[in-house]
Ligand binder design. Structure first.
Ligand SMILES: [Zn+2]
Length: 329
């Protein structure tokens, strides 16, 4: 559903200098490569001794952890229980299944980790063995054990920050419609808007088709000369009543995305259509409920569009973006 163009109240600007949220107190999810499943405290138990398994990623608190670094080693504290990833009895034996236990600062609870948003092994400080999905099983609930490090894909873990607002697109991301309107240079901007949406669809976490009937639209794109506002693009969420919501706290019935020709014209002058597309893909991510990722991670939800595109040439959603979108719904 479209709305009249009024001065936006909420600015979620691509070009803003908004500071990025700190890393170390953010929730992370640990995803193993061979199965695509996540490190999970079985049954969301809060008890000492609850076992660690792999389970389809669902963004529940028993798959979220805070990681805290001390002298190069990390403590992994689960959000649902406040307890720590632990090798039972400080064992050094192969095949011992990990558990959660009251955090105690011992080396049985200290690990080396891949850096955020990269991937690698997770090695226990005491045993010098790696977190391993036993037998490279792809079954739900397969045990996460320690095993000699061998670099196999069942020992390679993505350390991934969830970057989601509390708000979402009400009704979910499948079978939805978008609508485009570029008041200025539609031949340039409209195709980039369409390609931005198309770039999300192949990940399988959203499905949008274009509509020419704005009253049916769930996401409306506009491009216009909004002036020297400081933003290339912005997203605003609205209820059907027409009232605007704060997406950090409240879900929306439909989203309005605006691209500012005042800045986009630089893309046109420099013949950089992908940079315009990047801005549109970024704002579309916001329309789904995605917050900014870290500034040093090359995603379309990086906080600054220009640095994203100019440094990394990133203009389509990356796996971190799709993972967040998947977790949002
Ligand atoms: Zn943004």
């Amino acid at each position: 559903m479209a709305v009249a163009l009024v001065a936006p109240v909420l600015i979620f600007a691509v070009l803003s200098t908004t500071s990025v949220s700190a890393v170390d107190d953010d929730a992370v999810v640990l995803r193993v490569h061979h199965s695509g499943q996540c490190l999970d405290v079985a049954g969301a138990s809060t008890a000492n001794g609850a076992l660690i398994t792999q389970w389809p990623c669902h963004a529940g608190l028993n798959q979220q952890a805070e990681i805290t670094e001390t002298s190069g080693y990390y403590e992994v504290k689960f959000k649902h229980s406040g307890k720590c990833l632990d090798v039972p009895g400080a064992s050094t034996a192969n095949g011992v299944q990990l558990q959660q236990w009251t955090c105690n600062g011992t080396s049985a609870q200290r690990f080396t980790l891949a850096t955020i948003s990269s991937y690698g092994e997770i090695k226990n400080k005491n045993s010098q063995k790696c977190l391993d999905v036993y037998g490279a099983s792809t079954s739900y609930g397969a045990a996460v054990v320690q095993w000699p490090c061998h670099g196999g894909s069942n020992q390679r873990w993505d350390v991934f920050e969830l970057e989601l607002w509390a708000g979402r697109l009400i009704g979910g991301p499948f079978g939805r419609e978008y609508w485009v309107n570029a008041f200025i240079e539609p031949d340039w901007i409209e195709p980039e808007m369409r390609q931005a949406v198309s770039s999300w669809n192949p990940w399988g976490v959203v499905s949008f088709t274009e509509t020419t009937d704005w009253s049916e639209s769930d996401v409306d794109f506009y491009a216009n000369a909004y002036g020297q506002t400081g933003w290339r693009g912005l997203m605003a969420g609205y209820l059907f009543t027409g009232s605007q919501v704060d997406p950090e706290t409240t879900s929306w019935d439909y989203a309005v995305l605006r691209l500012n020709h005042f800045y986009i014209k630089l893309d046109i002058q420099n013949n950089l259509p992908n940079r315009t597309q990047s801005t549109a893909a970024h704002e579309f991510g916001h329309a789904l409920g995605l917050a900014h990722t870290r500034a040093d991670v090359l995603t379309v939800l990086m906080p600054t569009n220009i640095s994203r595109y100019d440094v990394g040439g990133i203009y389509t959603p990356q796996w971190q973006d799709s993972f967040n979108a998947d977790m949002a719904y």
